[in-house]
Design a protein around this ligand. Structure first.
Ligand SMILES: [Zn+2]
Length: 123
């Protein structure tokens, strides 16, 4: 891939990274907000303690969302490393070039469309 194209995808990845980080920050904010609110409930109205179980499962759900974001963040960081090593856009399975069209949609793609489809069918 040409340097100019690498630069373009680097910018794209950094932008996506910002979005994911911002998303995680918002998730964290709503998480701590609900924790504060439930803490307020406990001190103000002792009989609301019965609701604590519901809050816990909601927090667990929000927790799994963060994990999904972290996975994308990891993929983006890996892709940025591949740009640095000049191997970005190369399928990690068949070593052929991943099409620019695919990279524009999934900028952190590790596999070409064909290998991706093979992997999905294999599981
Ligand atoms: Zn491939």
């Amino acid at each position: 891939m040409r340097k100019r194209e690498l630069e373009k995808f680097k910018k794209l990845l950094l932008k996506e990274r910002d979005n994911v980080v911002e998303e995680m920050r918002r998730e964290n904010e709503s998480l701590s907000k609900s924790q504060r609110e439930s803490a307020g409930d406990l001190s103000g109205y002792a009989f609301h303690m019965a609701d604590a179980g519901t809050d816990a499962s909601q927090r667990a759900f929000a927790g799994s969302m963060i994990t999904a974001d972290q996975k994308i963040l990891f993929e983006i960081d890996e892709a940025l490393m591949r740009i640095k090593d000049r191997v970005y856009g190369v399928c990690q399975k068949c070593r052929r070039s991943i099409t620019l069209e695919r990279l524009e949609i999934v900028s952190y793609a590790r596999l070409c469309r064909k290998c991706m489809n093979d992997t999905e069918e294999g599981t």
